[in-house]
Design a protein around this ligand. Structure first.
Ligand SMILES: NC(=O)c1ccc[n+]([C@@H]2O[C@H](COP(=O)([O-])OP(=O)(O)OC[C@H]3O[C@@H](n4cnc5c(N)ncnc54)[C@H](O)[C@@H]3O)[C@@H](O)[C@H]2O)c1
Length: 309
């Protein structure tokens, strides 16, 4: 039986709290004195990244029976657990569906049963796929290009339906390429920053898929954590809204490689959208959120952490 380290008596649950973004969110919640519980099966995350003041429950979100007793009585559930890998989802559609869709459904069922006041769902800009115009706005028709993008989109729809049909307050945050400390440089996620830093540190050329003109709206993990806290507390959301969480500036992969420095090599392009750029006006309006960390500064910080001058 895990022991509780509660200070404020307000219980919150973070699924995927051992992962990259989840572990930062757990740190921030503990900083705010929430009694913070983590659900994670450690398939991707690391136990050592879980704040020791959190209550850790090793559980799999695909197993509904394990969830209600952990979630019961929580004020907020931040649902981040996922298999967030585009290429992996193409090879393993059933496994990723089980975690990303059935797992999300299970969390919503347990949250409703457990009297949770709000579920904050980590959605993904991959729901957009390729659109004809930029920036990407929440009212565009999603056109995901991979099982992962589709699965994350289905999660948003389930969250909205749980609000409308079952009265469970939910909100979905569509993150755009999140980066920062603890990101996985080996992850097959379509995010070049971690991989580039590792290659640069190892004295290897930076591998660019395609011609490098593809652009991404890179968003720092601290900004994403802040968006989650605002989404939990805002009085303007809770009905299944979908809100872009992106810095609102995009950079090409070639520009990113220049920031990191060193020689580059090109490999064949991958199946991925050519550009992403968030219109974040809804986040400003509903959450009072805008990104604060500039890519140049975020990269500088990471280079220092990686010991790269
Ligand atoms: N990193 C990004 O750029 C990005 C962009 C858009 C959306 N997202 C979303 O944000 C969330 C967090 O992403 P991340 O980058 O921190 O990923 P991550 O892989 O670092 O974290 C995911 C966590 O979920 C856990 N997990 C996986 N399957 C599980 C299961 N069956 N039961 C319980 N736990 C399980 C893993 O162990 C891991 O700790 C995901 O929902 C992802 O789809 C991330």
């Amino acid at each position: 039986m895990p022991t509780s380290n509660k200070k404020q008596n307000i219980k919150v649950v973070v699924t995927g709290g051992a992962g990259f973004i989840g572990s930062h969110l757990v740190d921030a919640l503990i900083e705010k004195d929430y009694e913070t519980h983590v659900i994670d099966n450690l398939s991707g995350g690391k136990k050592e990244d879980i704040n020791p003041k959190a209550v850790f429950h090793k559980a799999d979100i695909r197993e509904l029976d394990a969830l209600p007793s952990i979630i019961k009585g929580a004020k907020f559930v931040f649902h981040l657990a996922a298999l967030p890998r585009v290429q992996y989802s193409i090879k393993h559609p059933a496994e990723t569906h089980g975690v990303n869709v059935t797992g999300t459904l299970n969390i919503l069922i347990a949250a409703k049963e457990g009297g949770v006041k709000r579920v904050i769902y980590s959605a993904s800009s991959s729901a957009y796929g390729d659109q004809k115009t930029l920036p990407l706005r929440e009212d565009m028709t999603p056109m995901p290009k991979s099982p992962y993008g589709l699965q994350k989109y289905i999660g948003e729809l389930y969250a909205r339906i749980w609000s409308e049909v079952h009265g469970l307050p939910t909100v979905s945050l569509r993150y755009f390429n999140v980066y920062g400390p603890r990101m996985n440089p080996d992850g097959a996620y379509a995010l070049a920053i971690g991989k580039f830093l590792k290659q640069r540190k190892g004295g290897k050329p930076l591998t660019i898929w395609g011609d490098g003109t593809q652009t991404r709206d890179f968003t720092h993990v601290r900004d994403v954590v802040r968006a989650n806290l605002l989404a939990a507390e805002s009085t303007k959301v809770g009905k299944g809204e979908v809100i872009n969480t992106g810095a609102g500036r995009n950079f090409s992969v070639n520009e990113l490689a220049e920031f990191i420095g060193g020689p580059v090599v090109h490999e064949p392009p991958r199946l991925e959208p050519h550009d992403t750029l968030a219109d974040n006006s809804l986040a400003r309006k509903l959450l009072g959120w805008k990104s604060e960390v500039k890519l140049e500064d975020g990269i500088k910080e990471l280079k220092k952490e990686f010991g790269i001058s």
